[in-house]
Structure formats: C-alpha cells, structure tokens
Design a protein around this ligand. Structure first.
Ligand code: UGA
Length: 450
C-alpha cells in the first residue's frame, strides 16, 4: 500500500483522497484553506456529496486518512503527490493554470525526497510537461521528475461510486515506470487502464467531457425541432438510444448542462483548437446551443403565459443537477435573471442549495419549502430534476398555484399526472395535450416543400 498526498480538497481532491484511503493507501489531503482543513478534521464535509461523511469518518478512524494545511507536513515521506486543484475558466475561455503552477512550485519546495507527481486537475494539453519543467527548475537534484497525467471522470452527486467503480483509468506519462506505478495504486479496481503519452491522456479528458456536452446540445437542438413540429423528444431519445451504436446516456433534453466542468472544458478545448489555428465549429455550436437553451425556455414560458411582465413564477431547483448543492453555471440562475429582466417576480426553492443561493444573492424570493414556493404563482418552472420534485404532491401544488402552467424544464414529470390535477404541462420538446397551430402549420410547410 502506498503513501500519498493530495493537494486540494475540492470535489476531485477530497473524493480521490477518501477513495484512495478506502482502497487501503495511507493518504494525507492538503488544503491551503486552514478553515476547511479544521472542518474536515472535525468531520464537517465542505461539499454536499452523498456518502462522503461516512467514507471520510471510516477512513480517518482506520488511520488511513488525515488532513493538513501544511505542505511540509502533508508531503513528508510520501511516494506520490496528486495535484487536484481547480483549473477555472479565465476571461478568454482558456483554462487558468495558476493554481496548478503554484501547487507544483510548493510541491518541489516541500518534498524531502523524490516522489511521483500525478496531475488530476483537468488541464490543457502540455500541462504535464509544464509541471515537469517547474519541478525540474525548482529542484533539479530530485530530477528527472516523473509526472503522470491521470484525469478523473467522477460526477458530482455520485462521485464516490464513480471513483471506486470507474469505466477506465487513464495514465499519460513520459516515464512508463511511473505510469505503471500509478496503475498499481488502482489494482483493486476492476476496469481497463489506458497508458499513453501525457498529451493524449490530457486530450482524453477534454474529449470525453466535450463529447458528453455535445450529446446534450444535440438532443436539446432535436428537442427544439420536436417542439416546433409536435414530436416527443423523450421517445425520440429512447428510440435513438436503443441503437447500441448511440446508447441512451446523456440524451436527456432539458435546460442544458451546467456545473464546473462541461462549460469550462468545452470552452478550453475550443480555445486549444483556436490557438492551434483551427476552427472548432462543433464545440462552438455545442456551447451556443447550451447558452441558447436557457433563453429558449424563458421565451417558451412567455409564449405560453402570453406575457411575463407582472407574472409570478416559482422556480423549483437551483443546483445545476440533483444530489449536489453546486450552483456553478446552473441554468436556473440565468433563467431567474432573465425572468426578472422581462418583468416577472420569481420565487425559488431547492432542497439543498438554499444557503449557497443566499450567499450568492440570487435575485428571487428564496422560500423554505415547495409549498411556500408555489403558493399563488402563475407558473411553476422545474429547473433541477430532484426526486423530491418528481415525487411531490402535484395535486396540492395545483391547489396552491394561482395559474395552471407547469414547465418541466427537465422532462422528468409525467404529463398525464400534471394534466389529471388540472394543470397545463409544458415540457422541453414534448407535445402538449392540445396541438399548437404553429406546429400544424410548420408540418404543412415541410410537406409542401417536400
Ligand atoms: C461531468 C462528467 O460527467 C464527469 O465524467 C467528469 O468527471 C466531470 O464532469 C468533471 O470533469 O469533473 P458533472 O459536471 O458532475 O460531471 O455532471 P454530469 O452528471 O455530467 O452533468 C452535467 C450537466 O449536464 C448537468 O447540468 C446535467 O443536468 C446535464 N445533463 C446531463 C443533461 O442536461 N442531460 C443529460 O442527459 C445528462
């Protein structure tokens, strides 16, 4: 079993640290934020992630996991150092590597013996070489340094399961001995490993996220076409997904993707392409469709209500997806702003993201329950497919609302149930119970051209 230090206790760092401890390694998670480290030592988990509190507590109790705010302490006597710091989007859309660079310098300064450095932060092609350069410059006596790019594919909300049961482990390095040493850390996992050069490993991460984002934008574009013509995108996606060459994952139409990964990674990959003199049209369209989906939803609601000026809308769900309190790039936030810009009053509720919404100053009336949120509103817009909304008492919601429009922004409700309770269901690319004249006219135009 290995001795490992993890730099950064965000989603990736904390999950990796806790899961590597669970695999039997001895792990110290380091964060420069002392408050965060004190909280973690006290068992307070800084992120909302199902199962993380128990996993951390069990491994701390077993003596395999500890937390430190001091580089020298965390890195003393380790064989591997994992970099898991943020690579946010900079103003020009490219990945901002300042935290990776600082962490690399600190690692070089703090190690008392050579160690293999693993980069898990999503970083552009060339970053592993850049880390090597920083380490070599700072501590040539420990060279040649071995850096392994080992991207992470975990999803918020099911991070532990994704980390302990990955579909693959990707390792990219110029030092094959180091790559195999890192592979051995994961020997208890039952999945294939891809061992390659660092550029290719770095590109696998961007390619994967951009491809998933593209699928979502694709199905959202199809949903808009379905909406215009009167077809049902949920059944279209099901019918497409049954083809094993297509598969059913990430074909759920809705308000588009958010979060800390897809928007930034699509942008960063497009930025890399532009820097290389290319014109990444599919990536640009993926992004444009995703941004446009939020406007599309607001316009669709406006068209249904007749006007937004003076209307009151309840937004159910603020987090960018269920089982997380993460509000980064959440579609709900843009939609709330857009509704307000068009003169609507907005009430909002989320089962876990309310404290974050308050901190951000989300410009809606923040409510303490579903009931409070929907009382007296003209329309409900479901922005995050939390189970509590899917299984909510829709009969009661219907009674509490003033109007009747339920806009299911995630296509997760049963239109018949909503209709049975006397409300008008509106989905993303799902036909309503009454055909719109515009849909019939659009089909007639197509038939005439054909
Ligand atoms: C994503 C990837 O799924 C992970 O593999 C990757 O490791 C991670 O980014 C990362 O780079 O760190 P995550 O951002 O946690 O994970 O969330 P996803 O579950 O992928 O969902 C992203 C967004 O797409 C959410 O807003 C979700 O609502 C939306 N989505 C997802 C759809 O609109 N339709 C779908 O069919 C699937």
């Amino acid at each position: 079993m290995a001795r490992i230090a993890i730099v950064g206790t965000g989603y990736v760092g904390l999950t990796t640290g806790a899961c590597m401890a669970e695999m039997g390694h001895t792990v110290c998670c380091l964060d420069i934020n002392r408050r965060r480290v004190e909280d973690l030592r006290a068992g307070v988990i800084p992120i909302y992630e199902p199962g993380m509190d128990t996993l951390v507590a069990t491994n701390v109790a077993a003596g395999r996991l500890r937390f430190s705010a001091d580089y020298r302490d965390a890195l003393s006597n380790v064989e591997f150092v994992v970099i898991a710091v943020p690579t946010p989007m900079s103003d020009d859309g490219q990945a901002d590597l300042r935290y990776v660079v600082t962490a690399s310098k600190q690692i070089a300064r703090s190690l008392t013996a050579p160690a293999i450095v693993i980069n898990k932060s999503t970083s552009p092609v060339g970053t592993a070489d850049r880390i090597s350069g920083i380490l070599e410059a700072a501590r040539p006596e420990f060279g040649p340094w071995s850096v392994v790019c080992n991207p992470e594919f975990l999803r918020e909300g099911c991070a532990i399961d994704d980390c302990l049961h990955p579909a693959r482990v990707v390792l990219g390095s110029r030092d094959m001995v180091a790559a195999h040493a890192v592979e051995a850390l994961y020997e208890s996992l039952d999945c294939p490993a891809i061992i390659t050069d660092p550029y290719t490993a770095e590109m696998i991460k961007y390619g994967s996220n951009a491809f998933l984002a593209m699928r979502i934008s694709f199905v959202n574009e199809v949903a808009r076409i379905c909406d215009a013509l009167g077809a049902d995108v949920t059944t279209v996606a099901k019918g497409m997904g049954l083809d094993p060459r297509i598969g059913s994952a990430f074909l759920q139409a809705g308000l588009g993707y958010g979060g800390s990964c897809f928007p930034k990674d699509v942008s960063a990959l497009a930025g890399m392409a532009v820097s290389a003199g290319l014109d990444p049209q599919l990536l640009q369209s993926t992004r444009a469709i995703n941004d446009g989906q939020r406007d599309w939803a607001v316009k669709r609601l406006e068209e249904t209500l007749g006007h937004l000026e003076g209307a009151t809308v309840a937004v159910l769900g603020l987090a960018f997806k269920p089982d997380t309190d993460d509000l980064r790039e959440a579609p709900a936030l843009d939609i709330i702003q857009s509704l307000i810009d068009r003169g609507a009053s907005v009430r909002a509720y989320d089962p876990v993201a309310m404290p974050g919404a308050e901190r951000l100053g989300v410009p809606a009336l923040l409510c303490g329950s579903i009931e409070e949120c929907v009382s007296g509103v003209d329309a409900v817009l479901l922005a995050t497919d939390w189970d509590v909304f899917i299984h909510a008492d829709w009969a009661r919601i219907g009674q509490l609302m003033r109007g009747t429009v339920v806009f299911d922004g995630r296509n997760c409700l049963d239109p018949q149930v909503i209709a049975r309770h006397g409300m008008n269901y509106l989905g993303v690319g799902r036909p309503g119970l009454v055909e719109r004249t515009s849909q019939r006219e659009a089909r007639e135009r197509i038939a005439a051209v054909a």
